[in-house]
Ligand binder design. Structure first.
Ligand SMILES: Nc1ncnc2c1ncn2[C@@H]1O[C@H](COP(=O)(O)OP(=O)(O)O)[C@@H](O)[C@H]1O
Ligand SMILES: [Mg+2]
Length: 491
């Protein structure tokens, strides 16, 4: 047994983030920690890596009780952590980053270090050029540097916090190979994730956390995605999206020959025409960067079309458009404001929140409490800063605010990006409920399966143009995949 946790607890004020957590991991195994956003995974990782001290409980390494009083101590004990946000210095090279803080610089022979790092990388099948500058490397490669850094410090236990969240699918496949190889050489790995398929595919064993508690530890071979999903969220879940047939009503928006330019004044959207009716979802399928952002911006009034037009139905005033932006942290929320304040950003000068030019704190508070209940926003109170919430809960705040006024038109851009099963299902069902109520929805996502599951019609966007608008009932995933890459389907 390499690592054993015994009754680990961690509280933040009165909030229990880790509640009596116990499990153990054998040497050379890959152990998953699976849980929804806010379940307590990162807190647990911070305890094992010495960043936080537990309030209770014991940690054993190879049978010996240890006190991991700081990240430095963790490294000495052979614990290596790969954080969600990388800790590399962009202006330095791969080698410089890896050896940072470990060398006596007067005796440093950089060329020899480059060779040493190259050899280490090769031994673990990590493709990397030691002399490259970090800022010039794609995210997947930067992550490999983080892994090398931990290897270089001779870690025996690797902890990775949601390492695939920032990767493209080929990069995920590479990472999985690397982790398998590390385990094969006797390293022990803790893989934190909220993605069921990844955990089942990669891990030998898994511990599921829910609201800070262990709800199960099991072999992944004996588990199904359905079971694990239900353990994570604590109720029955439907991994399939249930969608009724849409009943489109009046025209909500009509787009004619739209052209929108990007920052460099190059048309990012051109020749785009379509109509969207009440009670239907038009999905936009496409590879990232094909004009989706500019299209959404034009709808949100953030970019002015330089040709063509977007005509809204009379009912569709600014107040009646809900916008769920791609980057919820930069555009959707004011992170330093509380949940309550974020919930009224767009209506703060209306009754009942404002009377005689004064904000009505009690009305704002009661509104927030009701909304938090309705949208299942999990936090200790409505006065908590939004920056302290998990991604899923942040998205729920955006949704709650944008859907509150029963909008006639909703623009949703990547609304489930980075969210876990529970939060994703909740976003999907909220949007479908809005559609059934009669909202028109523009649903933009780079996840093709998701677009197909959510949409009534699907527009395929390629190099700024709609290359096809298809009916969801008859379109196939192969056909759309081909169109997304600029191909033309046969037949
Ligand atoms: N430093 C902190 N202060 C107060 N609350 C915190 C702190 N860190 C985490 N939390 C809370 O603890 C809970 C668990 O967070 P976290 O461990 O980050 O979850 P996960 O990684 O599973 O998404 C969340 O509700 C979060 O708001
Ligand atoms: Mg986390």
């Amino acid at each position: 047994m390499y690592l054993r946790l015994e009754n680990i607890s961690k509280r933040f004020h009165s909030f229990v983030a880790n509640d009596n957590i116990s499990f153990s991991v054998e040497t050379g195994k890959i152990h998953g920690i699976l849980g929804e956003n806010g379940a307590g995974k990162t807190t647990l990782m911070n305890i094992i890596s010495g960043l936080y001290q537990p309030d209770d409980g014991k940690i054993y390494l190879a049978g010996n009780p240890v006190k991991i009083t700081s990240p430095k101590v963790a490294i000495k004990l052979g614990i290596g952590t790969i954080y969600q946000h990388f800790m590399l210095v962009p202006q330095l090279t791969v080698t410089e980053n890896i050896i940072l803080g470990t060398e006596n610089r007067w005796r440093l022979n950089l060329r020899r270090k480059h060779q040493e790092i190259a050899a280490l990388a090769q031994a673990y099948g990590l493709e990397i050029n030691p002399t490259d500058k970090i800022e010039n490397l794609p995210v997947g490669t930067q992550q490999r540097v983080e892994i090398l850094k931990v290897l270089y410090r001779q870690a025996q236990l690797f902890i990775l916090d949601e390492p695939t969240a920032v990767l493209t699918s080929p990069e995920v496949a590479l990472l999985i190979n690397i982790l398998r190889q590390l385990a094969a050489t006797g390293k022990t790995i803790i893989f934190i994730s909220h993605k069921l398929k990844e955990v089942i595919n990669l891990c030998d064993t898994v511990t599921v956390l829910r609201r800070g508690k262990v709800v199960a530890t099991t072999n992944t071979q004996e588990a199904t995605p359905q079971q694990l999903a239900e353990l994570m969220v604590g109720r029955e879940v439907n991994l399939q999206v249930n969608k009724s047939v849409s009943v489109p009503g009046e025209m909500i928006v009509s787009v004619q020959n739209l052209q929108v330019v990007d920052e460099r004044n190059i048309p990012a959207i051109h020749n785009v025409s379509f109509q969207l009716r009440a009670g239907e979802i038009l999905g936009i399928a496409g590879v990232d960067g094909n004009g989706q952002r500019e299209l959404a911006d034009a709808f949100a009034g953030l970019r002015r079309p330089n040709k063509g037009k977007i005509e809204f139905n009379k009912s569709c005033t600014q107040q009646k458009i809900g916008y769920i932006p791609e980057d919820r942290q930069k555009m959707g929320l004011v992170l330093q404001f509380s949940i309550a304040q974020n919930l009224i950003l767009n209506v703060f000068n209306n009754l009942p929140f404002c009377r005689y030019f004064l904000l009505q704190s009690l009305a704002i508070k009661h509104h927030a409490q009701a909304v938090m209940q309705e949208f299942d926003i999990r936090a200790t109170g409505e006065d908590i800063k939004v920056s302290q919430l998990s991604g899923g809960n942040q998205q729920k705040v955006v949704l709650a605010r944008e859907l509150a006024g029963e909008p006639n038109l909703i623009i949703a851009m990547q609304p489930t990006r980075g969210l876990d099963v529970g939060a994703t299902t909740s976003v999907h069902s909220q949007l479908l409920a809005q559609r059934d109520r009669g909202a028109a929805i523009l649903y933009i996502s780079t996840e093709l399966e998701e677009v197909m599951a959510m949409s009534d019609r699907i527009a395929v966007i390629y190099k700024g143009e709609f290359v096809a608008i298809l009916d969801e009932q008859t379109a196939t995933i192969e056909e759309i995949g081909l169109l997304m890459g600029g191909g033309t389907p046969r037949g």
